[in-house]
Ligand binder design. Structure first.
Ligand SMILES: Cc1cc2nc3c(=O)[nH]c(=O)nc-3n(C[C@H](O)[C@H](O)[C@H](O)COP(=O)(O)O)c2cc1C
Length: 368
């Protein structure tokens, strides 16, 4: 059996294979509520045979959204729509998590197809953004409000309340969004955090908010529920930004706080390091997952330009990561898991529902 199709159990949750839908914003929500677009979008991955999935960056507060069209989980009323997304995966025997997110100083912006830039303050949909320090993401963006300590306590509480709603919606696991320049990453990175209190200065102080969020969520969710953390492992700003050594230290501390898997991404703290503008080649972030797994002794998820079955198989078989997250390739081919099973010579994958095997044979691509 190919390693990619070997089930993985973390705490009480079993991934039927190692292929996970990477979190991907859809800019299709209304007041934070899921819409038909979300159900259609996720159904194709669930039917496509993935082992797990992550729902996009979902705002823990209204000002924690990236754009006004982003999903939300700040209100109990959001639970019903999120539960429908979760059920879509459960019907296919896959597990599903949600990425809990606060956009920080990168919030109040527009969808990529509207420019992906800050909403003008004159726009009625705009809001005041928050950050560790009053430093704008870009000179054309508004200067964010620097959170004081009592507001930081509110952020932690909002993450915990959102995690409770994720549990109520039936998600199998939770991911904390600590990457791509959003609020938690903006505290960890010295580029955006110039505080002089206990949330700034030393690496320990800059990590403090992420660790408080992880500790508080771990205490709030069931013991058998895995907790993931997506990190920007490097800032891509030599001599100023976060390095892989910093990411290893963060991963060790996250493990002690009860995080089970580090999802290893990068970039996003400045416009020129935006993950959407990454030009690197195949599997450019796999090395981050491998080093963190080896040195912090924690499970990892590799992500970034993983597009080929053999490449994904190698990540798992060679012990570089425990899971692979796939974004754009799944948008291009939502049957990637079926394609991979065929390419890796699996005739009758365990992940196909037994009563659906005959149906599966209609479109399976056998090994060449
Ligand atoms: C349309 C789109 C939306 C994305 N939204 C998110 C998001 O909500 N949260 C996140 O952490 N990353 C997000 N990303 C980044 C992906 O999760 C992934 O890390 C990145 O695309 C690299 O993986 P890939 O080469 O397999 O696409 C998004 C990427 C795309 C293409």
């Amino acid at each position: 059996m190919a390693s990619l199709f070997t089930p993985l159990t973390i705490r009480g949750v079993t991934f039927k294979n190692r292929i996970v839908v990477s979190p991907m914003c859809q800019y299709a929500a209304s007041q934070g509520f899921a819409t038909d677009w979300h159900f259609d979008h996720h159904a194709r991955f669930a039917l496509g045979g993935v082992g797990g999935a992550l729902v996009e960056a979902t705002g823990i507060t209204p000002d924690g959204r990236i754009t006004p069209e982003c999903l939300g989980v700040w209100d109990d009323a959001h639970v019903e729509g999120l539960a429908r997304i979760a059920a879509t995966y459960h019907r296919q025997g896959a597990v599903i998590g949600i990425q809990l997110s606060h956009a920080g100083r990168k919030g109040s912006s527009t969808a990529p197809w509207d420019g992906g830039w800050a909403l003008p303050s004159s726009d009625p949909r705009a809001w005041e953004t928050v950050a560790p320090s009053p430093i704008a993401y870009h000179e054309d963006w508004p200067v964010p409000h620097a959170l004081d300590e009592s507001e930081i306590v509110d952020v932690v509480a909002a993450f915990v309340a959102a995690a409770g709603r994720a549990v109520a919606a039936g998600f199998d696991f939770v991911e904390i969004h600590g990457a791509h320049g959003y609020l938690l990453h903006s505290f960890v990175s010295p580029i955006s955090n110039r505080r002089t209190d206990r949330y700034g200065g030393t690496p320990e102080n800059r990590m403090r908010l992420s660790l408080e969020v992880a500790t508080a969520i771990r205490a709030a969710i069931p013991d058998n529920m895995p907790l993931f953390y997506r990190a920007s492992c490097i800032d891509r700003i030599p001599e100023e930004g976060l390095t892989l050594d910093d990411a290893v230290a963060l991963a060790k501390a996250l493990k002690a706080a009860g995080v089970d898997v580090v999802d290893c991404s990068a970039g996003g703290i400045l416009v020129r390091t935006n993950p959407g503008h990454i030009k690197e080649g195949p599997g450019f972030q796999i090395g981050f997952a491998a080093r963190i797994r080896a040195e912090a002794d924690i499970a990892t998820m590799a992500v970034g330009a993983i597009t080929e079955p053999e490449q994904a198989e190698d990540v798992i078989a060679s012990g570089k990561a425990d899971l692979v997250a796939i974004g754009r390739e799944l948008l291009a081919d939502s049957n990637f898991a079926h394609r991979a099973a065929g390419a890796l010579g699996i005739d009758k994958p365990d992940f196909v529902l037994p009563e659906r095997y005959a149906f599966y044979l209609q479109f399976r691509r056998p090994a060449p």
